[in-house]
Design a protein around this ligand. Structure first.
Ligand code: TYD
Length: 390
């Protein structure tokens, strides 16, 4: 059942070079499948249409992500000594760089991003994750003890092929560790901006365990982590009667049922919250502009693209965005065509209010911009509800 309509949207990570550039748009509708609990965007694009040779997203540019993946790799190395690891969707090597080259293999389809991880001395194949590729890897490298994938599996349309390929090269007692945004956190935070063309699925424990069942895989343990505004890290194994479920799995299942993630009514309630958020956010920006104050954006994120296009926010409200990613600078925010500039430290002298496009890195940003906050500079965010901070 379609429960949310986020309007016509451009591709979130295709930044037009010129204001007049024509863009492809699609209708962003969100679906809840009552049978298996899967929440997905209705129009599902193939990886080849999205992840190409000039992909602009680089994980290493955030200190928070580098730290989080650094800690996780240490944990994996300490726990599973001398094990070989495969990462699906390794981006610029933010996780993989913590392992020895001989022990770790990365898969990354975007050639510009794969190139930057290869330049760091990592072993990376510039390929899409397919069953055919898993056969090729098995022949050359054998099976793996650990397969890791963060913020990638939910970006691939054909989940049956994804898990069939994983099963093909995961050792019988090996671990599959996947991490993706949590549907429960999304709903709680009213973070509708997690939906865009790349985020085909947003998993809950309930929906992921249903999908895995079909592939003879099961979730044995999980951790709620802060990454990307609230994610779950799942520890998965092939079904086996020696497998033991950790209490965290039982707790998460209870929590998701308690919060109604298996019920249509929850999603209808969410839609109403999102529609109110749009009205209140636009009113907030209007009020700021009426007082003749300036607003800029911080973090030209894919999430911000959803918000701006859904709420129809353009340069009438936001003068420009700052972003640290060279590939995004001197381009425009997709759809609404707000210019993106090279980041410089915020100063009250040139801006009054700053829209947090990267609200998921609020802590990191507030630390970096403590002078601006001391100068009484303000931020605005739509998450969990439209407000001015502090
Ligand atoms: P992210 O929130 O991971 O985005 P997405 O919604 O696209 O998945 O992306 C963070 C973006 O914000 C990225 O383009 C880098 C930028 N950024 C800054 O410009 N400055 C910062 O201090 C931080 C933390 C991020």
């Amino acid at each position: 059942m379609i429960f949310l309509d986020l309007g016509y949207q451009p591709f979130a990570n295709e930044f037009p070079k010129k204001i007049k550039d024509k863009e492809k748009k699609y209708r962003l509708l969100i679906d809840f499948n009552k049978k298996n609990g899967v929440v997905s965007i209705k129009k599902k694009f193939q990886s080849k249409k999205i992840f190409k040779k000039d992909y602009p997203y680089r994980s290493s540019l955030s200190e928070t992500m580098s730290k989080s993946f650094g800690e996780l790799s240490k944990k994996i190395k300490d726990k599973y000594k001398k094990k070989r690891i495969l990462e699906i969707g390794c981006n610029d090597g933010v996780f993989l760089k913590n392992f020895k080259k001989k022990d770790a293999l990365g898969i990354e389809p975007c050639s510009n991003i794969a190139k930057s991880s290869i330049q760091k001395g990592l072993n990376v194949l510039t390929e899409y994750w397919t069953y055919k590729l898993s056969n090729k890897i098995k022949k050359k490298y054998g099976k793996f003890d650990i397969i890791f994938s963060a913020n990638t599996i939910t970006h691939i349309q054909n989940l049956n092929e994804v898990f069939k390929a994983i099963n093909n090269i995961l050792n019988e007692d090996g671990f599959l560790i996947i991490q993706d945004p949590s549907l429960l956190e999304l709903i709680k935070n009213n973070a509708y901006d997690q939906f865009y063309n790349e985020h085909i699925y947003v998993f809950s424990y309930l929906s992921l365990s249903n999908i895995l069942k079909k592939h003879n895989l099961e979730i044995l343990n999980l951790e709620n982590v802060k990454d990307h505004g609230g994610s779950i890290r799942y520890y998965i194994k092939k079904k086996n009667n020696k497998n033991r479920l950790n209490q965290s799995v039982i707790n998460q299942k209870r929590l998701e049922i308690k919060n109604g993630l298996d019920k249509i009514a929850t999603y209808i309630k969410f839609r109403k919250k999102v529609e109110n958020s749009k009205i209140n956010f636009v009113n907030l920006l209007k009020k700021i502009k009426k007082n003749k104050k300036t607003i800029i954006g911080y973090g030209a994120t894919a999430k911000a693209v959803t918000v701006l296009n859904y709420c129809k926010i353009n340069t009438r409200y936001i003068d420009f965005f700052f972003d640290t990613t060279p590939e995004k600078q001197n381009k425009f925010m997709p759809g609404v065509k707000i210019p993106i500039r090279k980041y410089v430290k915020l100063k009250k002298k040139f801006v009054d209010y700053v829209f947090l496009g990267a609200w998921n890195f609020k802590k990191e940003i507030f630390n970096k911009e403590n002078k601006f906050i001391k100068q009484k500079g303000k931020f605005v965010s739509h998450v969990p509800y439209p407000k001015i901070i502090p």
